[in-house]
Design a protein around this ligand. Structure first.
Ligand SMILES: Cc1ncc(COP(=O)(O)O)c(C=O)c1O
Length: 400
C-alpha cells in the first residue's frame, strides 16, 4: 500500500469502508490522472459537478483573478461584492421567470436548509412534503426528508412535520393541503435512479401548490446547469417553482449553492427577525467568480444544446445482454442491469478499464453515467467501449 493511501485511510475520515481510493495526480478536461500515471475518463463528473470538465481555463482564470483581487471580506450580505452582483443579475435575466433574488450559500444541503426555513417562516405553516427515494442532502433537516427508515433511524429524531408522497403519483397530490408549507422535490429523481417526471406530473404539482398556497421548492442541485439538456430542468418540464435550489455544477468545480426566489418572498429572511439565515462563507467571491465564468460559458456556448444528441449517442451505443434498460434525462443516465449482483463487478471492471462510473443511493441495480457536458463524440465512444468491455468481462465470468 502506498504511503499516501495509508495516511489517507488513517487520518482522512471515511464515509464508507469501501473507498475507491483513486490517488489523484491531476485532472484536465474529461480526464482524471492517477498518481500511477493511469488516465481515467470521468463519466461521472464527481456526481454532476464538473459539467465543464476539470480545470476549464476560463474558470481557472476567473478563480485566479478573483483570488488576487479579494477573497473573504465579511459574512454574507454585508459587503457589496461585484461577482455576487453580476452573477445574481445574470442568473435572474437568464431565468427570465420572475425568480429575481439569489441567496448564495456553501452547498446544496445549505440551500435546502435555508429554503425549508424560508417556507416555514413565510407561510406560517410547519408541514413539509417530500418524495420517497429522494436525496436532498446530509444535514438533519435534509436527511429528515429521506424516506428510507433503515438509514434515518440511526439519526433520530428527525425534524417534525415531514410527510412523504411517491414521485409521479398524481393521486397522492391531494395530501398537499392548506396546512402544507412546502413540497420539495427534484424535477428528475436522481439518486432514485434517474426517474424523469411522467406526463404533466410537475404541472399538476404546481397546480396543487397554487390551490393550497403551498410553496413549490424545486431541487435542481443535480439537474441544473445544463445536465438535462436545458439550462434548468424546470424549463424543460414547463413549470416555475417558488424556490429554486442550485449547487453542484454551479461552481465549475468550486463549492457553492444558492436558493433563488422572487424578491418579496426572499425578503422574509431579512426581517422580523432579521438574519433569518446567515452564513460566513456562502457566496465566497472566489467561488462566485468561478460560478459566473461557468454560467457565462453555458449561456453563450452550445454545450447545453448538444446534450440531447450526446444522450442519444450513449443510448444508441450502449447495448449489451446484461443491460435491462436505460433511463435518462439528458446527460444523466441510469443503466439498469438484469441482475443487481452484477453491479459491483461491472463498476469495478469499468474503473479498471479507465472509465469512472458510479452507484446511486437508492437504486442497487443501476449504474450512473453523467459525463461532463463538454465530452466529445470520440470520448463518448471511448467510454462506452470500455463499459461494454467491462460488461463482457462480467458476462464471461458468469458463464465460467
Ligand atoms: C438532488 C440533490 N439535492 C441536494 C444534494 C446535496 O448537495 P450537497 O452535497 O452540495 O450538500 C445533492 C447531492 O448529491 C443532490 O443530488
Amino acid at each position: 500500500m502506498s504511503a499516501i493511501r495509508k495516511l489517507f485511510l488513517s487520518h482522512v475520515a471515511q464515509t464508507s469502508e469501501m473507498s475507491m481510493c483513486l490517488e489523484v495526480s491531476h485532472a484536465s478536461g474529461v480526464y482524471i490522472y492517477g498518481s500511477d500515471g493511469k488516465r481515467y475518463l470521468d463519466f461521472n463528473s464527481g456526481i454532476a459537478v464538473s459539467s465543464l470538465g476539470h480545470c476549464h481555463p476560463e474558470v481557472v482564470d476567473a478563480i485566479q483573478k478573483q483570488a488576487a483581487t479579494y477573497m473573504h471580506t465579511m459574512v454574507y450580505g454585508e459587503h457589496i461584492q461585484s461577482p455576487q452582483v453580476e452573477y445574481a443579475t445574470l442568473l435572474s435575466s437568464v431565468l427570465d421567470n420572475g425568480l429575481d433574488s439569489v441567496y448564495f450559500v456553501n452547498s446544496g444541503t445549505e440551500a435546502v436548509e435555508a429554503a425549508l426555513k424560508l417556507a416555514r417562516k413565510s407561510t406560517g405553516r410547519t408541514e413539509i412534503i417530500s418524495c420517497s427515494r429522494a436525496y436532498h442532502g446530509s444535514t438533519i433537516a435534509a436527511e429528515s426528508l429521506r424516506s428510507d427508515d433503515d438509514f434515518t433511524r440511526n439519526f433520530l429524531p428527525s425534524i417534525p412535520g415531514v410527510r412523504h408522497i411517491d414521485f409521479n403519483q398524481p393521486d397522492q397530490l391531494e395530501r398537499i393541503t392548506h396546512k402544507t408549507a412546502c413540497i420539495i422535490l427534484e424535477p428528475v429523481q436522481a439518486e432514485g435512479g434517474i426517474i424523469p417526471p411522467v406526463d404533466d406530473y410537475l404541472i399538476k404539482v404546481r397546480q396543487r401548490c397554487d390551490e393550497t398556497g403551498t410553496l413549490l421548492i424545486l431541487d435542481e442541485i443535480q439537474t441544473g446547469f445544463g445536465r438535462t439538456g436545458y439550462l434548468f430542468a424546470h424549463q424543460k418540464y414547463g413549470i416555475v417553482p417558488d424556490i429554486l435550489l442550485i449547487a453542484k455544477g454551479m461552481g465549475g468545480g468550486m463549492p457553492i449553492g444558492a436558493l433563488v426566489a422572487k424578491k418579496f418572498l426572499m425578503s422574509a429572511l431579512a426581517k422580523n427577525p432579521s438574519l433569518g439565515h446567515i452564513t460566513t462563507f456562502g457566496g465566497h467571491p472566489v467561488c462566485v467568480a468561478a460560478a459566473l465564468a461557468t454560467l457565462k460559458i453555458l449561456h453563450h456556448q452550445s454545450y447545453v444544446c448538444e446534450v440531447s444528441a450526446k444522450e442519444i449517442l450513449i443510448r444508441t451505443l450502449l447495448l449489451h445482454p446484461l443491460i435491462k434498460t436505460i433511463r435518462s434525462s439528458g446527460l444523466m443516465l441510469a443503466v439498469e442491469l438484469n441482475d443487481a449482483k452484477h453491479l459491483t463487478p461491472v463498476i469495478d471492471a469499468a474503473i479498471r478499464n479507465g472509465v469512472l462510473i458510479d452507484y446511486f443511493l437508492f437504486d442497487q441495480t443501476s449504474f450512473r453515467i453523467a459525463p461532463p457536458l463538454i465530452i466529445t463524440t470520440d470520448q463518448i465512444i471511448e467510454g462506452v467501449q470500455n463499459i461494454i468491455a467491462a460488461l463482457d468481462e462480467v458476462n464471461q465470468n458468469i458463464k465460467k
